[in-house]
Ligand binder design. Structure first.
Ligand SMILES: Nc1ncnc2c1ncn2[C@@H]1O[C@H](COP(=O)(O)OP(=O)(O)OP(=O)(O)O)[C@@H](O)[C@H]1O
Ligand SMILES: [Mg+2]
Length: 276
């Protein structure tokens, strides 16, 4: 597949409230990112992370402020910026190939070119031997790989991920974290991802942004300066994790009124966040 160069992300004074009567979700959020950079947003439940991602994806209208990707205002969904959700939302009766090709078929790609592209992307996400299988016969992790391939086939400049691996078991989750980061670096597109999981942030981010408060704000912008590939047991990774955890706890202390973080019993780092 062709390399992309990603986009320059410019979010300035972004403020949102759902209705005139609802409280302000977040206010004056400022984020800049370089082409190809991977940002991970962490923060307690309800501080506005998903709302922010939906605005970035052009799925939700902002109240005020600037959201620009390479000087282009984001006002609607586009194949250049694609959102992946926690549930893969595949067509269960279709094969992996057919699911992955949906966007290309919509765009009326010529058959031969389309087949080639689909095969490349399926290979990229490691699903070669499942290409002809119906997606309903795949595991949760494999289905999420199909959803990833379906996003990548459109060659996005920016991939937005809202807790995409939280329904998966720890092992599957860990491999997908590494693979998604590796693919984003190989194809040089930007990632903006939301997670509750500090480990995930350390494995996947170039920068971790901590969001807190009500209305929400970005309270920390933390450079995750680690070489690739990142191994969980590496002392440098462990040290980074400890620093980020401390920052997160500090941020939570700053916004003491915001105590509704949900815990997920299956996940160690979620528990540590929740236990604050
Ligand atoms: N469609 C909506 N209409 C009105 N208020 C909403 C809507 N969606 C979300 N909210 C409110 O906006 C706030 C931010 O919600 P959001 O889903 O962005 O939080 P979040 O940080 O993603 O939380 P979580 O970690 O639980 O996913 C919450 O108080 C929520 O109740
Ligand atoms: Mg959310």
């Amino acid at each position: 597949m062709e390399k992309r160069n990603g986009v320059h992300i410019n979010i300035k004074d972004l403020t949102h409230r759902y209705t005139a009567k609802s409280p302000i979700t977040f206010e004056k959020v400022n984020i800049e990112a370089d082409p190809g950079e991977a940002l991970v947003i962490i923060g307690r439940s309800g501080c506005g992370k998903s709302t922010l991602l939906h605005i970035l994806a052009g799925l939700l209208e902002k109240s005020s402020g600037i959201v620009r990707l390479d000087e282009k205002d984001v006002t609607e969904p586009s194949s250049h910026w694609i959102m992946m959700f926690q549930a893969p939302h595949l067509f269960p009766w279709m094969t992996v190939e057919q699911n992955v090709g949906t966007g290309l078929r919509f765009a009326h790609w010529p058959e031969k070119k389309m087949k080639k592209r689909i095969a490349e992307v399926i290979n990229l996400v490691g699903l070669d031997e499942y290409a002809k299988n119906n997606t309903q016969d795949l595991s949760g992790g494999q289905q999420q790989r199909v959803a990833l391939a379906r996003s990548l086939v459109m060659e996005p400049d920016l991939l937005l991920l809202d807790e995409p691996f939280s329904a998966l078991d720890a092992f599957t989750r860990a491999t997908l974290q590494k693979d998604v980061r590796a693919i984003s670096k190989q194809l040089e597109f930007n990632l903006v991802m939301v997670t509750h999981d500090i480990d995930e942030a350390v494995i996947m981010a170039d920068r971790a942004l901590v969001m807190a408060g009500s209305p929400g704000k970005i309270v920390h912008d933390f450079k995750v300066d680690l070489d690739d590939p990142r191994e969980r047991q590496d002392p440098k990774v462990q040290a980074m994790r400890a620093s980020l955890m401390e920052i997160f706890h500090h941020a939570a202390g700053v916004s003491a009124d915001d105590s509704n973080m949900e815990g997920d019993d299956a996940n160690q780092s979620d528990i540590e966040l929740a236990g604050n």
